[in-house]
Write a protein that binds this ligand. Structure first.
Ligand SMILES: [Zn+2]
Length: 205
């Protein structure tokens, strides 16, 4: 959002040519700007980096994380296809209590249809003293989200893991398989599971 005018101008040109517009952002913007942006874009992936003010203060130097939640709510309300990414950093935001709170907030204030991506942290820059996120932590978070009732949960930054793929939330059929950035459609047609015909949330056309 440090380049809002650029996003606005590109969205206008893209839509004129029938091209969809997606943004990847930290969601740290005012409600007014989120409303404006939400009318311009088709999809967004917002980083909810942790689920407490203390985490945002300590790690992100931000006084509050509420604007991020507001942005998610506004985008969802405006019909933007919204996905959320949570980078799990060992010792910083890996408590299952915090992850449960976040999942419950998504289910209550957004929808269980909103996809949630748990990403593996890699030690870089100012956090080189911390280890890579253990796979067990990512899988425990995946289980928490499933228990809360979220339907589309992913594990990111781990290659060839089943958490990269999309499954039917009704019958567990593999719908979309992903290898790195390459998706292959398996059992999905017209946005529905081919096995049980459950509609799958997403933009597939
Ligand atoms: Zn199914």
């Amino acid at each position: 959002m440090i380049a809002f005018e650029y996003v606005r101008d590109i969205a206008e040109i893209a839509h004129r040519h029938n091209i969809k517009m997606a943004v990847v952002d930290n969601g740290y913007i005012t409600k007014k700007l989120a409303r404006k942006l939400g009318t311009l874009i088709d999809a967004a992936n917002i980083d909810v980096k942790g689920f407490s003010s203390d985490f945002y203060k300590e790690v992100c130097s931000s006084p509050s994380w509420k604007p991020v939640l507001n942005t998610c709510e506004i985008f969802h309300e405006l019909g933007v296809h919204l996905e959320i990414t949570n980078l799990i950093i060992p010792t910083k935001n890996d408590s299952m209590d915090m992850i449960t709170d976040m999942c419950e907030w998504i289910a209550k204030n957004l929808s269980t249809d909103v996809p949630l991506h748990f990403s593996r942290f890699h030690p870089d820059y100012k956090l080189r003293n911390l280890p890579v996120t253990p796979l067990e932590t990512l899988e425990a978070a995946y289980d928490v989200a499933k228990e809360v009732g979220l339907k589309y949960i992913y594990i990111g930054n781990v290659r060839s893991h089943k958490g990269n793929d999309t499954y039917c939330h009704q019958c567990n059929t593999l719908l979309i398989q992903r290898t790195g950035f390459f998706p292959s459609i398996r059992k999905l047609s017209n946005g529905k599971c081919e096995n049980c015909h459950t509609p799958i949330s997403g933009v597939f056309n």
